[in-house]
Ligand binder design. Structure first.
Ligand code: COA
Length: 333
């Protein structure tokens, strides 16, 4: 079987920077609290008329350019998002139209913070088996229009930001380089630990005024923060080890870990658990917050742009998120 690789990466973040100080004007919080607990200094918010597919399209075009490919080369689109432009159809179709890729298969992956790793695993299978040569994987999120930006929602609202990034996956030009393995997991019994309950098909009516303005704020994300934090640290370390073991390498062999950006403290604890040094771990949460499905490709993009990621390096991507879901991918870059 041939090996697949990420051939080009692109990104798109809104221009509007929202600092922790800006948030103090909307809710009872402080720059000190946010930085101390999460490592976040600022995040980006879209203008409110931008959907996940709009930013995804910009990121995808850049990824195509970096891969040296024309849009016509792409044979399948996998779009990871928890904040689709509309409830139906999937954002993948809106993106397909914006990119002029009519006729090729396209679908959304609704796997929250693990969405990119799941989508990469899907693309890897398609390319490895020869089903498709080039698959476009996009992670894009517009959180800012769905957050409770009042003191009631502060524990969740301060964490999230908007952003997008995309990767073109295709046959590796070098059989020794590319995606070595992917590892996916999920545990649905924890779905309610981090979720947005409404609107939903099991509610009649699906949406009421009370769901928005009532004390429960059921249309906004709710999270048992400490519970999620503890699981994230354990599962991330576990799934990174799984990827290393599957390839007969150790944490010391890793050149770069590019973890999901949910909380800097989570990533520091995972690094400590695995005995990784700071220079082995890519973090950019300070500038973007948690951009969910976009966070790993966004960090990957920056690692490439800054020259931190070089050909031949051993790289691990690892994610944990709502569901719960978690996963990893090991690559020889
Ligand atoms: N500003 C100021 N105070 C805040 C606050 C904010 N934005 N959000 C919560 N608080 C307060 C709480 O009300 C609480 O006050 P109390 O002690 O008077 O009741 C106190 O801070 C501690 O709240 P708690 O929720 O226990 O804080 P925490 O230490 O668990 O940190 C998170 C909160 C969200 C930063 C942390 O739990 C976390 O990062 N969890 C995982 C998040 C994650 O990974 N999510 C995505 C998965 S992909």
């Amino acid at each position: 079987m041939r090996r697949s690789h990420i051939l080009g990466v692109g990104h798109c973040v809104p221009e509007h920077v929202v600092t922790n100080q800006d948030l103090t004007r909307l809710m009872d919080t402080s720059d000190e609290w946010i930085q101390q607990r999460t490592g976040i200094r600022e995040r980006r918010y879209s203008d409110g008329c931008t959907g996940a597919s709009d930013m995804g399209a910009v990121a995808a075009k850049e990824a195509l350019t970096r891969a040296g490919l024309d849009a016509s080369a792409i044979q399948c689109i996998v779009f990871a998002t928890l904040s689709p432009d509309v409830d139906m159809p999937a954002s993948a179709f809106l993106l397909q139209e914006k990119l002029g890729m009519s006729g090729i298969p396209a679908f959304d992956v609704r796997n929250q913070c693990s969405g990119f790793v799941y989508s990469l695993a899907v693309a890897d299978q398609f390319v490895k088996t020869g089903a498709y040569d080039y698959v476009l994987v996009v992670g894009s999120e517009v959180h800012s229009t769905g957050l409770d930006l009042s003191t009631r929602g502060r524990d969740v609202a301060v964490i999230f930001g908007d952003g997008a990034a995309a990767a073109v996956v295709g046959p590796s030009p070098d059989p020794d380089r590319g995606i070595l393995s992917t590892h996916l997991h999920a545990e649905g019994k924890y779905a309610e630990k981090l979720w947005v309950e409404a609107p939903g098909s099991r509610l009649r009516p699906r949406l009421t005024e009370e769901m928005i303005t009532g004390p429960d704020g059921r249309v906004f994300p709710h999270m048992e923060g400490r519970y999620v934090f503890r699981h994230a640290v354990v599962r991330l370390a576990e799934v990174i080890r799984e990827a290393l073991d599957a390839n007969g390498v150790s944490a010391a062999d890793l050149d770069l870990l590019i973890p999901h950006q949910a909380n800097l403290r989570i990533n520091q604890m995972v690094a400590g658990e695995l005995g990784l040094r700071d220079e082995q771990v890519v973090n950019n949460i300070d500038r973007y917050g948690n951009t969910t499905a976009a966070s790993i490709p966004l960090a990957l993009y920056e690692a490439l742009e800054t020259g931190r990621l070089q050909p031949g390096m051993l790289v691990c991507l690892a994610a944990f998120g709502a569901g719960f879901t978690w996963g990893s991918a090991l690559l020889r870059w």
